[in-house]
Design a protein around this ligand. Structure first.
Ligand code: UGA
Length: 450
C-alpha cells in the first residue's frame, strides 16, 4: 500500500520505518529540510535503539514536498507535534498546516487521512473540515473530494519504539466510515497477524501471537489514547503517594509494589516508585485531558491529583537532600542522568533539569552527566548554571551528594568505591530505587532513596 507520513519525529519516523519493513511503500514528509537531509544520509535524527539498523533495512523516501507523495497515497498519517500551550491545551498549528497541505494535494482516489499524533477529542472532525476546505480552494476542477479521516493512536514508548511498533499490545483504529476502517485493517494486517519475519537484531517475544485490533468510532479512539496515558501516569503517582506513607511508617515501597502488583487485576508494571514521570507525553496528555473536560464543565480530580503528586516528587529530592545535608548553599550535587528515561536523549519535561533548577535556586552547585544527552543539554540549556560532565566519575569530583535521576543500566555497574573516593561526602540519593543499596553501603556510601 502507498503510505505518506507527515512529521518525522518519534511517532512518524518509527511508524514509517516499521510499515515499510512489513512491506508498504512509504514516503516520510517533514517541513524541516535539515532533518530530511539527515534522514536521506541514513542517519537517525535522535537516539533510539535499533532505529539506525531499521533505517538500513528499509527503502523509505524522505522529502519536504507534499506533492511528491500525497496525490498517490492510499493512507496518509499525520504525526506532527502537538506541544502544550501555557494553559495546558495543545497547540494545533502544525496539525492544521499539515491538514491544509494534504487538502491542497489530495489525489482523485479514495484516501484515508489518519491522525496519529495525540490530538484533542473531536480533532478528527476538525481535520476533516480543514482538508475539505483546502481541497476546495485548490485547483481540482470539478472533481469531488474523496477521503475520510480516521484516528490511530500510538502507544509506543521512547527507548523501545521499534519493539513496541513491531510487537504492539493492541492496535486501535477509529473512523466513522466502514471503508476507512477496512483500509486501515489491510494496512495493519501484517502486524496484526505477525506474518512478517522479525528483524535479525530484535526477536519476536516468546509466545507473542496475533495482535488484538480495536475498531472504534473516531471519538472513542481519540479518548482511548488519553485515558491510557492518564491511567499510566496515575499508576506511577499512586505508588509514589504510597511510597511517601511507606517512608513514614518504615515500610519498603518496593515490596509493597510487588505484593500489590502480583494481583493480576493490578499488574506489576508502572509501579516503580521514585522521582516520577517526565517526557513529552504524560504531562502534556494529562493537562490536555483536564483542559478538554473543562470545556464540558467537568472536573477530573484524580488526574489533577496525579499531576500534583508528580510535581511533589521532584521537590522531595531537594527536601531529602536538605534533610541529610542540613544545608544546600555552597554544596555540590552531582546528577546522574538527564534524559527523562533511559535509552533516549529526550529532555522534554526531564525531571533532572527541574531538579537542577530547584537546587541552583537554593544556592547549590550542580554537576550532571548522562550517557547520551549531554550534548543536547549543553545546546538547549546553556544558560543553566550546570557543569556538564563527560563521565559519572567526573560528576562525583568534590561532590557532597549524588542523585541517581535516570535509571540507565550502566549506572548500576559503576565502580562506586572509586566514586566515593572522589567525593567530599559519599552520599547517594537513589531517585529510581535502582541501585544496589548493599553494594553502595559496602563502598562507603550513605544510601537514601526517594
Ligand atoms: C508513554 C506511554 O508509556 C506510551 O504508551 C505512549 O505511547 C507515550 O507515552 C506517548 O504518548 O507517546 P514514554 O513517555 O515514552 O511513553 O515513556 P514511559 O516508559 O511511559 O515513561 C514515562 C515516564 O514515567 C518516565 O520518566 C519513567 O521514568 C517514568 N516511570 C515509568 C516511573 O516513574 N515509574 C514507572 O513505574 C514507569
Amino acid at each position: 500500500m502507498k503510505v505518506a507520513i507527515i512529521g518525522s519525529g518519534y511517532v512518524g519516523l518509527t511508524t514509517g520505518i516499521c510499515l515499510s519493513f512489513v512491506g508498504h511503500e512509504v514516503t516520510c514528509i517533514d517541513i524541516d529540510p535539515g532533518r530530511v537531509e539527515t534522514l536521506k544520509s541514513g542517519t537517525a535524527p535522535f537516539h533510539e535503539p535499533y532505529l539506525s539498523e531499521m533505517m538500513r533495512l528499509v527503502k523509505v523516501k524522505y522529502t519536504t514536498d507534499y506533492a511528491q507523495a500525497i496525490p498517490e497515497a492510499e493512507v496518509i498519517f499525520i504525526a506532527v507535534g502537538t506541544p502544550s500551550r501555557p494553559d495546558g491545551s495543545p497547540n494545533l498549528e502544525y496539525l492544521e498546516s499539515a491538514a491544509s497541505s494534504i487538502g491542497e494535494n489530495l489525489g482523485p482516489n479514495y484516501t484515508v487521512v489518519v491522525n496519529k499524533s495525540t490530538v484533542p477529542i473531536g480533532s478528527g472532525n476538525w481535520v476533516e473540515s480543514i482538508v475539505r476546505d483546502a481541497f476546495r480552494r485548490g485547483n481540482h476542477g470539478h472533481r469531488p473530494e474523496n477521503f475520510a479521516v480516521a484516528s490511530n493512536p500510538e502507544f509506543l514508548r521512547e527507548g523501545s519504539a521499534i519493539h513496541d511498533s513491531l510487537f504492539p499490545d493492541r492496535v486501535v483504529i477509529g473512523a466513522d466510515q466502514q471503508q476507512a476502517l477496512e483500509r486501515l485493517y489491510s494496512l495493519y494486517r501484517p502486524l496484526l497477524d505477525q506474518s512478517f519475519a522479525a528483524p535479525p537484531f530484535l526477536a519476536r517475544p516468546d509466545g507473542f501471537g496475533a495482535v488484538p485490533l480495536i475498531s472504534a468510532d473516531l471519538a472513542s479512539a481519540e479518548l482511548i489514547k488519553y485515558a491510557a496515558n492518564a491511567f499510566l501516569a496515575l499508576k506511577i503517582s499512586y505508588i509514589n503517594e504510597v511510597g511517601q506513607l511507606a517512608q513514614r511508617v518504615g515500610a519498603d515501597v518496593q515490596l509493597v509494589a510487588r505484593g500489590m502488583g502480583l494481583d493480576a487485576r493490578i499488574g506489576t508494571r508502572f509501579l516503580q516508585a521514585g522521582i516520577g514521570w517526565g517526557g513529552s507525553c504524560f504531562g502534556k496528555d494529562t493537562a490536555a485531558l483536564i483542559s478538554t473536560a473543562a470545556e464540558y464543565q467537568l472536573e477530573m480530580p484524580i488526574v489533577q491529583a496525579a499531576r500534583k503528586i508528580n510535581s511533589r516528587q521532584r521537590e522531595l529530592v531537594v527536601e531529602r537532600l536538605l534533610g541529610a545535608m542540613k544545608l544546600l548553599k555552597g554544596k555540590t550535587v552531582g546528577l546522574l542522568g538527564l534524559a527523562f528515561k533511559p535509552n533516549t536523549d529526550d529532555l522534554r519535561d526531564a525531571p533532572a533539569l527541574d531538579i537542577a533548577r530547584r537546587l541552583i535556586e537554593r544556592g547549590a552547585r550542580v554537576r550532571a552527566h548522562d550517557p547520551v544527552a549531554v550534548p543536547l543539554a549543553q545546546k538547549l540549556y546553556h544558560d543553566l548554571a550546570v557543569t556538564w560532565c563527560a563521565s559519572a566519575e567526573e560528576t562525583a569530583e568534590e561532590a557532597d551528594a549524588l542523585v541517581l535521576v535516570t535509571d540507565w543500566a550502566e549506572y548500576r555497574e559503576l565502580d562506586w568505591a572509586v566514586l566515593a573516593a572522589r567525593m567530599r561526602n559519599p552520599l547517594v540519593l537513589d531517585g529510581r530505587h535502582f541501585l544496589d543499596a548493599a553494594r553502595l553501603k559496602a563502598s562507603g556510601f550513605q544510601y537514601l532513596a526517594v
